[in-house]
Design a protein around this ligand. Structure first.
Ligand SMILES: *Cc1c(COP(=O)(O)O)cnc(C)c1O
Length: 379
């Protein structure tokens, strides 16, 4: 099945009791049994829910995996993955990272005795020196948030395989329409489905996709044993959003490319970060591992002018000033004070995340209106 067919049909069956074409929202906590232990495969809704089952099957198909495990948020999905490990285990992570992931790694799991190393993985040679006998996982985000760094997933997986280390890719920024890390050798893919998968800025949700049953069983165990499950209505909203994922991504990526080129012509702008530029670091890798270059564009202002950045951030009309990304509507954000405020300033500056950095999540509106909005705000 091709991608555009999978988003609509994979894992989705008409409801057996009524024929409803849309997966019903099974808003129930428990299921009636005929006799003790004699049931229809559903006992208690933390453990199984038919709406969640349909979504999990669909997500597994989109990422070319075998199993998907859903959680109540992207961070709950990450939490589920980290619970595969124990005190003393170590993880090597990208240094330009979603702020909430960095906060969970350093402020929560380190308290339980895990150790996290952060390094610039745009050069994969930086990874090997950090590997030791305790290294259990390499954590990749690509494109990274918000610098849009590109990491060579296949090259990292090659390094990890030799040492028997798991590779997890946070695929939130790309979505499976653009990039399928399991095909490149990764063991685990995670998403904040809040973003492109849901696509309509109306739900918080997370998921993990794997291609191997032993790992899937461990994650299902954690999902049930520690309980950060999504509600059925949220699963329905993600299923609903996914049906247009390919159309939304296609349009958002086309719009982002035009906007990136427009920003290059603007005199107040110092640098535009967009993986589609031929001089963007690792552009050739983006070309190899992604279908298009994504819907995110970041830029900085000349002289790192923070006051001017604040003015622009409050001047756009169509680009709404808000955290998050990946919805049909365009958003503008200030990582240093919003999504990445939990990262210490000196750490931020090291990765280029300066105070005038502005991040755009490009939606599916008419691109002429979007460019006009930015033009007015910049001048
Ligand atoms: C938003 C986001 C997360 C966290 O997801 P939530 O659904 O907000 O918990 C993780 N990684 C990336 C790249 C994100 O953008």
């Amino acid at each position: 099945m091709k991608f555009a067919t999978k988003v609509i049909h994979a894992g989705i069956e008409p409801d057996p009791s009524t024929g409803a074409i849309m997966t019903p929202i099974f808003q129930t906590s428990t299921y009636v049994q005929n006799a003790p232990g004699n049931h229809k495969g559903y006992e208690y809704a933390r453990t199984q829910n038919p709406t969640r089952d349909a979504l999990q099957k669909n997500l597994a198909a989109l990422e070319n995996g075998t199993h998907a495990i859903c959680f109540s948020s992207g961070l709950a999905a990450t939490d589920g993955i980290i619970k595969l490990f124990s005190s003393g285990d170590e993880v090597i992570s990208t240094n330009d990272l979603y702020g909430g992931t960095y906060r969970a790694f350093t402020k929560v799991y380190e308290r339980f005795g895990m150790k996290f190393h952060f390094t610039d993985m745009t050069d994969v040679n930086n990874i090997s020196p950090l590997i030791n006998a305790n290294t259990k996982m390499i954590w990749i985000e690509t494109p990274t948030n918000p610098m849009l760094n590109i990491i060579d997933i296949a090259a990292v997986c090659k390094i990890a395989k030799e040492k028997n280390i798991l590779v997890c890719v946070d695929n939130t920024f790309a979505s499976p329409y653009l990039q399928t890390p399991l095909d490149l050798g990764a063991d685990i893919v995670m998403h904040s489905a809040t973003k492109f998968l849901g696509g309509h800025s109306d739900v918080i949700h997370g998921c993990v996709i794997v291609k191997e049953k032993t790992l899937a069983d461990k994650l299902y165990f954690i999902q049930n044993a520690t309980g950060a499950v999504p509600g059925p209505q949220d699963c329905f909203l993600i299923l609903r959003g996914i049906k247009t994922l390919h159309l939304r991504m296609q349009r958002s990526c086309e719009n982002a490319e035009k906007i990136a080129h427009f920003l290059l012509t603007q005199p107040k702008i110092e640098k535009v970060y967009y993986p589609g530029f031929t001089d963007h670091k690792n552009h050739d890798i983006a070309k190899k591992q992604m279908r298009m270059f994504g819907a995110m564009v970041s830029f900085t202002l000349k002289g790192d002018n923070f006051e001017e950045a604040k003015r622009i951030l409050s001047s756009t009309k169509l680009f709404s000033l808000a955290e998050s990304l990946g919805g049909v509507e365009s958003l503008i954000g200030h990582p240093a004070s919003m999504t990445h405020a939990s990262i210490p300033k000196e750490e931020r500056m090291k990765t280029g995340l300066v105070d005038s950095l502005i991040r755009l999540s490009v939606g599916v509106e008419d691109v002429d209106d979007l460019i006009d909005d930015l033009k007015k705000a910049l001048n």
